[in-house]
Ligand binder design. Structure first.
Ligand code: ADP
Length: 462
């Protein structure tokens, strides 16, 4: 199966990165700049990505094209396919001479939507920053931090290039802070790469900071909100990296591994996925309670949604030798949904189906059109749920009597949160189940997007 999360970067220093990676690189001379840009854009075009190139201030479009063509002789074919856009800094970043970071971010979202609906896998961006003067430095750094946050779960790759002769030490620190990786290209050599290890270090640092200094806040019961509100990005970004790189290690992208190493990595991947899902559920809970939950709606083909979810669920299913049979009706439309949240719903339900099934069992996942809705059905042949609990399992923190003495772990959050998410999208969720025969969870989503519905979660809090 293709790993839709990893993309070929085209650079010899880092071969592949997950979608959502935001890199920066510093260059000394324009030759160093092109050493990076040429293979980066070439890899994007060859891998069916829509490429946007914001050229350095002093470079003219004609000249930029000419240089790019030396690495990509069939560049005009890609131009005819409208797969590449070359912009000046003012076209991309300024509106009537003013820089507005939020507007630029919205624009990237629109470009991504367009790219996906035109059949590309995602968006690859290179933005040169030689145009930024001291007065625009702060707003631009705020934009860089925001975009790092916004794009972490989207099919976007971004490289921001900074000419070394225009920035000082303080600026370099600002830049490294707001990107996942920092690379330096000087005299035709790579001289520094801020890496995955730094991110893990950062995570550990945050954890010890939280443990050490925020005990007072724990007492006041506020840590939960701060932890999941402000630091969620700090947790989710490194988690996404750990997941992406573990997957790449498993797929032997960094060299061959033996069976034992593979097994260990697979355990690491399963646990990271589990942790990611827990963080998502807790985060949604806090946002639902605080009334700050936001839905970021984007259009996605149902096949991509399911494929993406299956990629996440396979290691867990494989660990119990469970077979997941997916059946999707032909000609399903795209849906306008908050992709991450609906994926969270699928992960919660499929994760439960795996959890409550015996080893070697099967799970059937069916997706079809029903009137004005898409119907998702997830059927397992496991433990089942007694009839009198069919309503209660959607209540906060509810766990069935039948599993209490079976040492099956859980939080009782997955289903109520899934219900809130589905209903906010204008859909419905329900269960049919018989004890010891299995359960079928079904939910619908409207094909035509509706305005976000009011969320009714608080009333089911104990
Ligand atoms: P968790 O699984 O973390 O306990 P959920 O909210 O996802 O929390 O599920 C609540 C309860 O519903 C579970 O504890 C279990 O009792 C029951 N349940 C959910 N899905 C299934 C399933 N597929 N088979 C049997 N019981 C289930």
């Amino acid at each position: 199966m293709i790993n839709i999360n990893s993309r070929e970067l085209g650079l010899d220093v880092i071969n592949e990165v997950p979608w959502g990676t935001h890199l920066c690189f510093f260059y000394d001379f324009i030759n160093d700049y092109f050493d990076v840009i040429k293979p980066y854009i070439k890899a994007g075009l060859e891998n069916n990505e829509f490429c946007v190139w914001i050229i350095p201030k002093k470079l003219e479009t004609e000249k930029a094209l000419e240089i790019l063509q030396t690495a990509i002789p069939n560049l005009d074919c890609y131009q005819q396919k409208r797969q590449i856009e070359i912009l000046s800094y003012s076209e991309c970043y300024l509106n009537k001479g003013r820089f507005n970071g939020d507007a630029v971010i919205t624009n990237w979202g629109n470009k991504l939507d367009k790219a996906l609906s035109a059949g590309f896998d995602g968006l690859r961006v290179e933005g040169d920053t030689s145009w930024i003067g001291t007065n625009r430095w702060r707003p631009f750094m705020d934009y860089e931090s925001k975009i790092d946050n916004e794009m972490s779960n989207k099919n976007i790759l971004v490289i921001c290039s900074y000419p070394l002769n225009k920035i000082g030490a303080r600026e370099i620190i600002d830049i490294i802070e707001s990107h996942k990786f920092a690379l330096i290209r000087r005299n035709e050599k790579w001289i520094y790469a801020k890496s995955f290890v730094d991110i893990v270090d950062k995570l550990l640092e945050i954890q010890s900071h939280i443990k050490g200094e925020n005990i007072e806040l724990i007492k006041q019961g506020e840590l939960k909100n701060i932890f999941f509100g402000q630091s969620s990005h700090e947790i989710k970004t490194p988690l996404a990296s750990i997941k992406g790189y573990t997957q790449m290690l498993i797929k032997e992208k960094f060299g061959t591994i033996n069976e034992q190493q593979k097994e260990v990595l697979e355990i690491l991947k399963r646990n990271t996925d589990h942790l990611d899902n827990l963080v998502n559920n807790y985060l949604s809970l806090v946002q639902l309670q605080a009334g700050t939950i936001k839905f970021i709606v984007e259009k996605i083909p149902i096949t991509s949604l399911i494929k993406n979810t299956m990629d996440t669920m396979h290691p867990l299913a494989d660990s119990k030798k469970i077979r997941m049979n997916v059946q999707m009706a032909d000609g399903l439309p795209s849906l306008s949904i908050d992709v991450d949240r609906i994926k969270q719903v699928l992960i919660n339900i499929i994760g439960n189906a795996i959890k409550f099934s015996p080893e070697g069992a099967s799970i059937n996942i069916n997706v079809k059109k029903k009137n004005e809705y898409i119907l998702f059905e997830i059927q397992d042949f496991g433990l089942g749920i007694p009839k009198n609990e069919h309503e209660k399992i959607f209540d906060m923190f509810f766990q069935s009597e039948s599993i209490r003495n079976k040492n099956i772990k859980g939080t009782g959050l997955g289903l109520p949160i899934s219900k809130a998410i589905v209903e906010a999208h204008g859909g419905r969720i329900w269960v049919d189940s018989k004890i010891n025969k299995g359960s079928k969870f079904s939910f619908t989503l409207p094909i035509k997007p509706v305005k976000t519905h009011k969320i009714n979660l608080i009333k089911s809090l104990p």
